[in-house]
Design a protein around this ligand. Structure first.
Ligand code: UD1
Length: 419
């Protein structure tokens, strides 16, 4: 068992580089299934979720070649198994991103239906309904989604009842090779969706409107291989900025994009931080004491649910009472009881957490429950005086590249223990 051990209480200072975004890289890798040639991916982070996706593509018969540090090439022309088995989907729900691309390319796909996860039920019914509109026949057998479209997929008008990020990406990819025009309404506007659309366009796809809630795709016969580039990880960027702020420090994240983090930066300014941005860096310096600020999570450009836990950790030591409302996932408060173990004063009232700021958190052994919850515990740990041990760190490794090394470069006293 691995754990992360932190001696907290030191203000973090300095500068750290952002990695490529996990949530952008996953759909980009799945898009390789559509390409009629090798695709070279740049700025791919080294994360367990990324290996899950590349292993899945290799299992399907693709050639996966690691070129150098954060660059890899995938050629799916020889792939011949349009499937994603349970073993792979159960460890990472985003494996279901291969469904749309496999179905449009092979005319059939068998993808295990993801189960629930720590933060909620997270069904993929909206992905399936959209594929039905595009002519797929779908059934669920033995836990697998079986999708068939022997005559190929066709375009159509798809209205998502709820904004879904991977749903938008899945259907966008299917529509690229479907016959005719597909219009996605109430589409996700997340930067990762725009990164996917930009990349597919570079390979020859015809897409307009990404970044708005209506995306239009004209199906094309084929898309080629080529080079594609992952955007900076906005969630990782904000996590390191929050680490600086929660410890009363001053942290700069480089190789990032301030435009991706408007909602977060607005809230931290409100909390009293000094924020400085350049084209590709963000610096946040802590005030004497952070002030309480309310947030509620929303689809982009609102406050991201993937930063809710980290923001809450900061609010635990802010002056005053803040309300943190989670509107995207029904059960994304697993970090609350762990933060309470570290001395935080938090009451849960349905989808809202009421946080009364305390002067200091106190170190404690805590348990990571999901990816972003884990990050909030690391933040609480670097702020708290004494030794915090975060166990079940495999959650963190799904989404934070070299987290101890990056935290150490900012002055944190943090190491991994193997027991
Ligand atoms: C993606 C992100 C995840 C982030 C989330 C919300 C990736 C790999 N993951 O997850 O980090 O927290 O967006 O920003 O990009 N829903 C349905 N039916 C569906 C699809 C979704 O009811 O078919 C619901 C979900 O249960 C949830 C909400 O819609 O309540 C939003 O989920 P969605 O945007 O789909 O999240 P993911 O794409 O899985």
């Amino acid at each position: 068992m691995e754990s992360i051990v932190i001696q907290g209480g030191v203000p973090l200072q300095g500068s750290v580089e952002s990695s490529g975004a996990k949530n952008a890289a996953l759909p980009l890798l799945a898009a390789a299934i559509l390409a009629d040639g090798p695709v070279t991916f740049h700025r791919i982070p080294h994360l367990n979720d990324i290996s899950t996706m590349t292993n899945l593509l290799a299992w399907q018969g693709a050639d996966v070649i690691y070129d150098d540090k954060d660059c890899l090439t995938i050629d799916t022309r020889e792939a011949n198994k349009p499937e994603a088995p349970y073993e792979m989907v159960k460890t990472m729900r985003a494996s279901s991103l291969v469904l749309g691309p496999l179905l449009v390319r092979f005319g059939e796909a068998r993808v295990s239906l993801p189960g629930g996860c720590a933060i909620g039920a997270r069904p993929i019914d909206l992905h399936l309904k959209a594929l039905e509109v595009m002519g797929a026949e779908i059934s669920v057998e033995h836990g697998d989604v079986i999708a068939k479209a022997p005559n190929g997929l066709h375009g159509g008008r798809i209205f998502f009842d709820q904004v879904t990020v991977t749903g938008t990406e899945n259907i966008l990819m299917a529509a690229v090779l479907a016959k005719g025009e597909t219009v996605l309404e109430n589409a996700a506007r997340e930067p990762e969706v725009v990164n996917l659309a930009d990349s597919l366009r570079a390979l020859g796809a015809k897409i307009e409107g990404d970044g708005t809630d209506t995306i239009r795709i004209q199906g094309v016969e084929r898309i080629s291989g080529g080079d594609i580039f992952t955007i900076a990880d906005r969630i990782e960027t904000a996590t390191y900025l929050a680490a600086g702020l929660i410890t009363g420090g001053d942290v700069t994240v480089t190789k990032t994009d301030p435009k991706l983090l408007d909602a977060f930066l607005a809230r931290v300014k409100e909390a009293g931080a000094t924020v400085e941005v350049g084209d590709d860096f963000i610096r946040c310096a802590a005030p004497e004491r952070l002030q309480a600020v309310n947030i509620h999570t929303m689809p982009h450009p609102g406050f991201p649910t993937d930063l809710q836990a980290q923001f809450m950790a900061m609010m635990c030591v802010a002056e005053g009472t803040s309300l943190v409302s989670e509107t995207i996932f029904e059960n994304r408060f697993m970090h609350v009881q762990e933060l309470v173990r570290m001395g935080a004063d938090i009451q849960l009232d349905g989808h809202t957490a009421v946080i009364k700021g305390v002067k200091k958190l106190s170190a404690a052994p805590v348990m990571a429950t999901d990816l972003r919850a884990s990050a909030s515990l690391v933040l609480a740990g670097v702020a708290a005086e004494g030794e915090t041990v975060v166990s079940r760190v495999y959650h963190i490794d799904r989404g934070y590249e070299r987290i101890e090394e990056k935290m150490r470069s900012l002055g944190a006293n943090i190491e991994r223990h193997y027991i």
